[in-house]
Design a protein around this ligand. Structure first.
Ligand code: BQF
Length: 284
């Protein structure tokens, strides 16, 4: 059993981003990320703080817009519009989930694709599908970095993704496919899930249920990546994988916290750097 250290890998990615940000700064180019949060979801507040902290670490400016829960969709769209044309803003991040009276897709569609550092805009989703990336989807891209860290090649391997969300499951499957994995996407209607997952050389769990993946569901020696972010009865952060039960059987496994989460943030920093380079005409 090997534990993949997401904190360590994310520190390396952030150090690379920081070095590039410094060389841009030497040319008079600063990098800015706008972070928009609507309402007071405590988990969202933590995530936004993590993103602002990472900006400070790598030398980006961050601009927080904390709007009340009653903000109308039109008000939010007006803010996005303003940020789209603000030259100090290279990346725009609207923290999800949004209150139910706001249409998430209307907001995502309003973000300029050139500033869409989450890669949620349909134009960027299309790029991901084709494999000519402008921005990488942050969480799936972070997972790919963690898989690379094991030294195990994706090409030809059986990869199983549990979960089909637009944010994780679907783009995750695309990135694995582009690396020539043989990819299966499973979900709540999949029949006999354990028989599918126990064939996986690489298993990515993005379900949203604590302890969903148990040892009987994994292949001995498999790479097990846990995207889950759940709280158990004691309020402790835990993933979708029964870590204690799976850690001996898996070849490699990611912990929660300290696995995929820090990578999501690091990849957001990388995307913001990419955006700044695009906006300043630096080739990449
Ligand atoms: C860690 C997220 C579900 C829904 C919306 C580090 C984060 C989390 C954990 C973090 C997440 C999850 C984010 C750790 C951002 C990842 O040390 O393990 C960082 O801030 N994340 C988000 O913005 O929205 C979410 C999960």
């Amino acid at each position: 059993m090997n534990i993949i250290d997401g904190k360590k890998v994310s520190a390396r990615v952030k150090a690379e981003v920081k070095a590039e940000a410094e060389s841009l700064k030497a040319k008079g180019i600063s990098i800015g990320l706008a972070v928009v949060i609507v309402g007071d979801n405590p988990a969202s507040r933590v995530y936004v703080n993590n993103k602002k902290k990472a900006c400070a670490e790598v030398g980006f400016d961050s601009f927080e817009y904390a709007l009340p829960a009653e903000t109308t969709q039109d008000e939010l769209l007006a803010l996005v519009d303003k940020l789209n044309s603000d030259a100090k803003v290279d990346g725009i991040l609207v923290q999800l989930p949004l209150p139910s009276h706001i249409d998430k897709n209307a907001v995502i569609n309003a973000i300029s694709p050139e500033k869409d550092v989450d890669a949620f805009h349909p134009q960027n989703v299309g790029h991901i599908m084709i494999g000519d990336y402008a921005f990488l989807p942050c969480t799936p891209a972070g997972v790919m970095e963690l898989i690379a860290e094991t030294g195990i090649e994706v090409s030809g391997k059986k990869c199983v993704v549990i979960g089909r969300s637009n944010i994780v499951g679907k783009p995750m499957a695309m990135l694995l496919l582009h690396k020539n994995g043989t990819v299966t996407i499973t979900h709540s209607r999949t029949r006999d899930l354990p028989s599918v997952t126990s064939e996986a050389d690489i298993l990515v769990a993005a379900v949203g249920k604590a302890g969903f993946v148990t040892a009987d569901m994994i292949k001995p020696g498999a790479v097990v990546i846990d995207v889950g972010m759940n709280r158990n009865a004691e309020g402790k952060l835990c993933g979708d994988v029964d870590f204690e039960g799976c850690k001996e059987k898996a070849g490699y496994i990611t912990p929660v916290p300290g696995g995929v989460g820090p990578m999501t943030i690091a990849m957001l920093m990388r995307n913001t750097l990419t955006a700044a380079k695009m906006h300043n005409g630096c080739q990449d």
